[in-house]
Design a protein around this ligand. Structure first.
Ligand code: PAF
Length: 283
């Protein structure tokens, strides 16, 4: 497995056999089973696959957890090699943003809501770094997790609007046995907080059950989630949302294809999760 910080080496390896298809798995490292499911899918569906490990400073606000974001490079590389990845791009901030760098890539509309509303500028950093990674690797397919649902909506728009020549593949969220979505940030949770962190999955499961049983008032779902989080020790709701899965606008009446999502502070750790439900019939 080639591991390099060098863009020219990545390009040379990428184009050594121009007929090969390439899968790309962009990550910020601190890998877990969720990332590895993306890597395995990229390996299965392409001739060759590239992962990237870069904790992108431009998607963190000054108050965010950039400095304490976990860095576990050696273990990450072992996991990627085992998954069958062919090359790993591990650039430094100076490689990605050299002196004089000054280009931004802004996606309108879908970046303003949910995570975007609570983390201003976050998606501008994501679209900036992902555009660069797409241009550096020029993959045939790029793999992202459903856990970051809004990120996938934003990146699909980026690919469409800027005509990136690749297929963006969204892979299912990988969960712990008790339902907690895998996340690099889960390792910050104390044992007690970890127990209560299941409130995200439990709220989403209850929401899905309410809809299955005929609930069509979106506000009732948002309120149920808020109440459930409020009654959970160590948990503080940041937002609960029942939105159209196309433009992420909040719904009044539930029908069609929807995204139910929430962000919760558990102790000091910010967790997100979501369910996508398709084809809901009006009552
Ligand atoms: O999902 C992530 O880990 C990051 O937002 C990404 C896509 C690797 C860009 O830094």
């Amino acid at each position: 497995m080639l591991v390099t910080q060098n863009i020219t080496e990545i390009r040379q390896a990428r184009w050594a056999d121009p007929a090969s298809t390439w899968g790309l798995v962009p990550t910020m490292g601190a890998l877990h089973a969720g990332h590895i499911s993306l890597a395995e899918r990229a390996v299965a569906e392409n001739d060759k696959s590239c992962a990237t490990i870069f904790v992108n400073p431009t998607q963190f606000a000054p108050t965010d957890d950039l400095d304490k974001y976990p860095r576990t490079l050696e273990r990450d590389l072992e996991m990627l090699e085992q998954a069958g990845i062919n090359m790993v791009f591990t650039p430094t901030p100076a490689v990605m943003y050299p002196d004089g760098f000054g280009t931004r890539v802004l996606v309108d509309g879908v970046t303003d809501r949910l995570e975007g509303e609570h983390r201003p500028g976050h998606f501008d950093g994501v679209t900036q770094v992902v555009s660069k990674l797409f241009n550096i690797v020029q993959p045939t397919r790029a793999y992202f997790g459903q856990k970051d649902a809004q990120q996938t909506v934003v990146l699909k728009k980026l690919v469409r609007d800027l005509n990136f020549n690749l297929d963006l593949i969204v892979c299912p969220t990988v969960r712990e046995p008790d339902g907690l979505a895998m996340s690099s940030r889960n390792r910050y949770l104390s044992a007690e907080e970890r127990q209560h962190a299941t409130v995200l999955y439990q709220s989403l499961s209850q929401a899905a059950e309410m809809i299955e049983n005929g609930e069509r008032d979106a506000e009732n779902i948002r309120q149920m989630i808020a109440d459930k989080v409020k009654s959970t020790p160590h948990a503080e709701l940041i937002y609960s949302s029942v939105a159209s899965n196309l433009d992420l606008s909040e719904l009044e009446t539930i029908s069609g294809n929807i995204l139910i999502s929430l962000a919760v502070l558990v102790g000091d750790t910010r967790l997100i999760d979501n369910f996508m439900i398709d084809g809901i019939e009006p009552m």
